[in-house]
Design a protein around this ligand. Sequence first.
Ligand code: NDP
Length: 234
Amino acid sequence: MARSVLVTGGNRGIGLAIARAFEAAGDKVAVTHRGSGAPEGLFGVQCDVTDPDQVAAAFDEVEAAHGRVEVLVANAGITDDTLLLRMSEEQFGRVVDANLAGSYRVAKRAASGMLRNRFGRIIFISSVVGLSGSPGQVNYAASKAGMVGMARSIARELGSRKITANVVAPGYVTTDMTDALPEDRKKEILAQIPAGRLGETADIANAVRFLASDEAGYINGAVLPVDGGMGMGH
Ligand code: NDP
């Protein structure tokens, strides 16, 4: 059955790979973007997840085109790295607002439709560093760890209505976000990955599609690491 799927930050990187995977499976896929427009063949809505009004408007548009969102992938995210003693209030707040509060905003809006449908799949894209920590990423790691508590609370609130909320925790994946890392940091990271390679966006998309499937209906509040063994299951 074709589902209505919304992927935040689905205009590029991991989000785009996730959107394409659902599209290839025949689902009705919408992605958010912040002005770049939607990649070819995908339904795009402009939405900055830090703005509740934009979130509401984006959901209205997606619902008008595809019906209520049945699968939400909260993927939009940013980094703004620096060591704790140098990290400003603004740097901390901005990352938590985009990654964690942004996920809360879209999950809340999606959940109202899912409750009416008595079906839903919410998948949060966290990170291995949310559970293992990472120097220079106090803001980012806190935002990603927060997703675990959020997903598990949603699972407890809505689990009886056939709504699941799970977390995918990718390791380091080749995208614009990791391209920005210095070469020596990339080497250090590679040495910690038993698989001996960085992740591909498709590795993450495969896990997300599984958690959204009918077969995964009894998996709720889980954290699924997709990191080549880097976090050893956390
Ligand atoms: P990219 O930097 O390639 O893409 C980030 C995406 O998030 C873009 O689509 C961007 O939109 C969107 N975005 C950022 N802020 C907002 C906002 N306020 N409102 C709406 N959209 C926003 O990142 P990746 O594809 O690498 O990462 C995707 C997710 O996966 C992130 O949550 C990231 O933390 C997580 N992740 C990534 C890992 C990696 O190694 N790459 C590892 C672990 C987790 P725009 O194009 O408008 O900027």
